[in-house]
Design a protein around this ligand. Structure first.
Ligand SMILES: Nc1ncnc2c1ncn2[C@@H]1O[C@H](COP(=O)(O)OP(=O)(O)O)[C@@H](O)[C@H]1O
Ligand SMILES: [Mg+2]
Length: 398
């Protein structure tokens, strides 16, 4: 194996708050990335509960939030150390996304001013001190300061990894939130379109927890024996956020506790498995509708005023590449395949491209950290809506 480049550990913990994913990659350049190994470390149920309640405005306490920042720093460092041991490689640099506590990509009035805000926690200085290497963390604020929504950031890596000169592809990640990156055949970086499609596993997880006492619907077994409650599904698909034009972001703020209570109320006395099936269908249909509305139908994004879609043939998407934990939910995947087949899209998995489904986002933050370390901007302006390129993240030196 080539000795050139550096080894970077990417650390991801998403809105599902299921745990920490670590990827060790060797990077020789932004287009020369090799996955050396990856591993997942579930949060203990107490940590998960604390992370989830920290995202909840009515239960969060400021002292606990401050403590959580340092505690997560320790947990991230331990996860990297365990991964290094397992693959007998040591990272030269770490890129850590952190745990999002709050994300409001769109500016709103606050104290008489117009403010957008985001908050990722997990102290980079702690990770740097434990590992003895520099850490890039807190990636989103720089894009927001440049006028962007701070999300999504992974499209930069989707573009590097999945673009093809002849095949238009859609990379669809299904984490807590679901997001897509549409990469036209032969696209340049700023021609790609990316946005959050809505809930990924978040609503499925919450109803499964509530009705079955399990943290998720493993392999989609419960949804698989349920029936979709069509009127409920249609009602929730009418939400304006699904129709809004990209760039757009979604979060726990939108599909969290209140949304789930409302969803459960609407299901009334339905069988429990039908509720889970309907939550699963909400994810599948909102993704399929987003693909149809904003990718296949060639509607230009409003991200950059100058952006125009090219000739229609370049925007014929033939493959949708799934990643994230939701790619393991067989019922969700088959619902998606059924919805997308009429649009001429074939479902594939990120694993087939050498990028294990659960490792993709961790790999992405390794690559983004590498770019930052080399002082290169890595926000995709057509995806975030930023006015300027931005070098993402803050560096903690060891
Ligand atoms: N075998 C599986 N069957 C069904 N769902 C799964 C499976 N494995 C993971 N998931 C789902 O994926 C979620 C975690 O996905 P992940 O990509 O880590 O999301 P995030 O980035 O939000 O943390 C879990 O909460 C669960 O809903
Ligand atoms: Mg996760």
């Amino acid at each position: 194996m080539s000795k050139k480049g550096m080894i970077v550990a990417g650390v991801m913990s998403g809105t599902s708050a299921d745990g920490i994913d670590v990827a060790l990659v060797r990077i020789g350049g932004p287009r020369d990335v090799k996955l050396l190994g990856h591993a997942g470390y579930p949060y203990s149920s107490k940590v998960r509960a604390t992370v989830l309640s920290s995202m909840n405005a009515t239960s969060a306490r400021v002292a606990d939030l401050a403590r959580l920042n340092f505690l997560l720093g320790e947990l991230y460092a331990e996860a990297v150390v365990a991964t290094q041991r397992r693959f007998r490689r040591k990272a030269d640099l770490v890129g850590c996304h952190g745990q999002t506590l709050y994300h409001q990509g769109e500016a709103a009035k606050f104290l008489g001013r117009s403010v957008a805000a985001t908050w990722q926690t997990g102290e980079g200085a702690v990770i740097a001190a434990r590992l003895g290497v520099p850490v890039v963390s807190d990636f989103r604020p720089a894009d927001m300061a440049a006028g962007g929504k701070g999300a999504p950031l992974v499209p930069y890596v989707d573009y590097l990894w999945f673009r093809d000169s002849r095949v238009g592809r859609i990379a669809q990640n299904i984490g807590g939130i679901a997001n897509l990156t549409a990469i036209p055949a032969g696209a340049e970086a700023d021609e790609i379109v990316a946005f959050d499609t809505g809930p990924g596993n978040m609503v499925i997880d919450a109803v499964t927890q509530k009705l079955f006492g399990r943290s998720f619907d493993r392999d989609g077994k419960i949804a698989g024996v349920g029936e979709i409650i069509e009127p409920v599904l249609r009602r929730f698909l009418r939400a304006s956020s699904f129709r809004a034009k990209p760039p757009k972001t979604a979060g726990r703020e939108e599909f969290g506790r209140e949304f789930v209570s409302e969803f459960l109320r609407s299901c009334g006395k339905a069988r429990k498995q039908d509720v889970v099936a309907t939550a699963t269908a909400l994810t599948a249909r909102s993704i399929a509708e987003a693909v149809q509305r904003f990718a296949v139908n060639k509607i230009p994004t409003s991200g950059r005023r100058s952006q125009k879609w090219g000739t229609p043939s370049r925007y014929t998407f033939r493959e949708i590449i799934l990643s994230g934990g939701g790619a393991r939910n067989a019922t969700l995947v088959s619902m998606l395949a059924e919805q997308l087949a009429p649009l001429g899209l074939v479902v594939r998995f990120s694993d087939e491209f050498g990028l294990p489904s659960e490792a993709k986002e961790a790999v992405a933050f390794a690559v983004l950290a590498y770019e930052t370390w080399n002082r290169r901007p890595s926000n995709v302006r057509s995806a975030t809506g930023a006015e300027k390129p931005a070098i993402l993240g803050k560096i903690s030196y060891a």
